[in-house]
Ligand binder design. Structure first.
Ligand SMILES: C[S@@+](CC[C@H](N)C(=O)[O-])C[C@H]1O[C@@H](n2cnc3c(N)ncnc32)[C@H](O)[C@@H]1O
Length: 351
């Protein structure tokens, strides 16, 4: 069965409507058919997008400086993609490394890449003491779509028409309506609410006995997320390095993601008894961790060797690329050591 038919069948079974969150879950994660679940060719130059660990080892080597300062040497990486970050970190420190990956296709790719240097988990450990890493995972967690209109708050959902899909809105209810009511935006306005991402963060914190969770992703604190000028939301699709805003175009063959509301994740962590240990732009975090020292280790005399590393630094740090849009949020419990990545800089990026 192809994914379009699978989604259309569910829409029919549900009486002609499914929430956008359910559509996104099927499009990305349906076993065997979803974008992440069905293939492993998303990453790199031939794929649909390039993540920080995929650029090269500079990101991982810099992050390792933060991780080596923490007492626990146990790392759990969520959604490890091609395995590039794990590969770098394992060269940089003597870590006990586990991966929790929802896509079986990607798990196989990671296993082929990393062999027995990592353990693969099927679920979160009941109690975890160590560091949890999630780079560009939170943006792939299905979001609910909401439209604030003069007539009231609507939940955007999906209906089918032949072999294609169309938008169909209905009045928002329950927890979604409650959350939408708390957000003051000028109608008409459309955006996302990441109910599942909040639940994900709460669950991670509940399982964290001691340690730190680093969430690294593109996104904003709430006051920037629901800015009056961002009236069409942040939903984005990536297909072969092109981005567009129509999630019905290539279900299962393209990435669908939303920016992360970091204030919501911080609140979710606090509600589960964890504390916010730091929040900064990726550029500030990497500079604090000593990215310039890592760069200085490269031989600047040899332009062929140096140029690709300098290009990685440019992409990771430049405000026009990943430096400002990407943020690092650290939450945790029982951690006495101040975190290196948040030691200096503008603290006005309030959540
Ligand atoms: C955009 S990729 C990022 C991959 C990698 N972290 C990197 O930076 O290159 C998203 C990854 O998260 C995985 N994923 C999505 N939702 C997940 C979840 N709830 N738990 C664990 N992995 C998840 C996907 O299968 C994929 O490996």
């Amino acid at each position: 069965m192809i994914l379009r038919e699978r989604i259309a069948a569910e829409i029919t079974a549900q009486g002609g409507w499914i929430s956008f969150a359910r559509y996104m879950e099927l499009a990305l994660h349906e076993p065997g058919l979803g974008y992440y679940a069905g293939n492993a060719r998303q990453f790199g130059a031939e794929g649909d997008f390039v993540t920080a660990p995929e650029l090269g080892s500079l990101f991982g080597r810099t992050l390792a400086r933060q991780l080596r300062e923490l007492p626990a040497k146990r790392i759990l990486e969520l959604g490890a993609g091609s395995g590039a970050l794990a590969e770098t970190l394992l060269k940089e420190g003597d870590f006990d490394y586990a991966i929790l990956e929802t896509s079986s296709a990607l798990r196989e790719r990671q296993r082929a890449q990393l062999g027995d240097k990592v353990r693969f988990l099927d679920r979160l450990p009941q109690r975890f003491d160590g560091v949890i890493l999630a780079n560009e995972v939170a943006d792939a967690i299905p979001v609910h779509l909401v439209a604030w209109r003069a007539a009231g708050i609507m939940e955007r959902g999906v209906a089918s028409k032949g072999s294609s899909f169309t938008w169909k809105d209905k009045a928002a209810t329950g927890g979604l309506q409650e959350e939408a009511n708390k957000i003051a935006v000028p109608a008409p306005y459309e955006s996302e609410i990441g109910l599942a991402a909040r639940a994900w963060m709460r669950t991670l914190c509940e399982h964290l006995e001691r340690g730190v969770i680093f969430v690294i992703d593109y996104g904003f604190p709430r006051h920037e997320y629901y800015h009056p000028q961002r009236a069409a939301g942040t939903l984005m699709c990536h297909y072969r390095h092109q981005s567009h805003a129509d999630p019905f175009l290539h279900p299962g063959e393209e990435d669908i993601s939303a920016h992360v509301d970091f204030s919501a994740l911080a609140e979710a962590a606090r509600s589960a008894g964890a504390e916010v240990l730091g929040y900064a732009t990726q550029a500030q975090f990497l500079v604090n961790c000593g990215i310039t020292d890592v760069l200085a280790e490269a031989n600047a005399e040899n332009a062929l060797h140096y140029a690709p590393i300098a290009a990685q630094a440019q992409t990771l740090l430049s405000p026009a690329e990943m430096g400002e849009l990407f943020k690092v949020l650290a939450v945790g419990r029982g951690v006495q050591t101040p975190l290196l990545g948040f030691s200096r800089g503008d603290k006005s990026h309030a959540l």
